[in-house]
Design a protein around this ligand. Structure first.
Ligand SMILES: [Zn+2]
Length: 99
């Protein structure tokens, strides 16, 4: 599914919900619910699951926020780490089929 992720510098109203907001690309709520400034801080990603979204922002591909055996070794696995980071993201109803 192609998603549009808005953030991280959103209005306090959105920030209170989550750092990043995830919508299906083209969702009407993006135009309706976010200011133009907020919409300039968005990226489109093709993802298969929720953890893929976290991967783009916090994973190895984002420059090593997670380092195996490093400061984040409290995580039993990379998958668990990504799963935990998913809480930084609010998944809107339009992407509810993403697991
Ligand atoms: Zn939406």
């Amino acid at each position: 599914m192609k998603v549009t992720v808005l953030g991280p510098n959103l209005s306090s109203k959105h920030q209170a919900v989550a750092q990043f907001h995830v919508h299906k690309t083209g969702c009407a709520d993006i135009l309706r619910g976010f200011t133009r400034d907020e919409r300039t801080q968005s990226s489109d990603w093709e993802v298969a699951k929720r953890a893929d979204v976290a991967e783009h922002y916090y994973g190895r591909s984002a420059g090593g926020f997670f380092e195996e055996g490093g400061g984040l070794d409290r995580y039993p696995s990379y998958e668990k780490f990504l799963d935990d980071m998913s809480y930084e993201f609010h998944f809107a109803p339009c992407v509810k089929e993403l697991k």
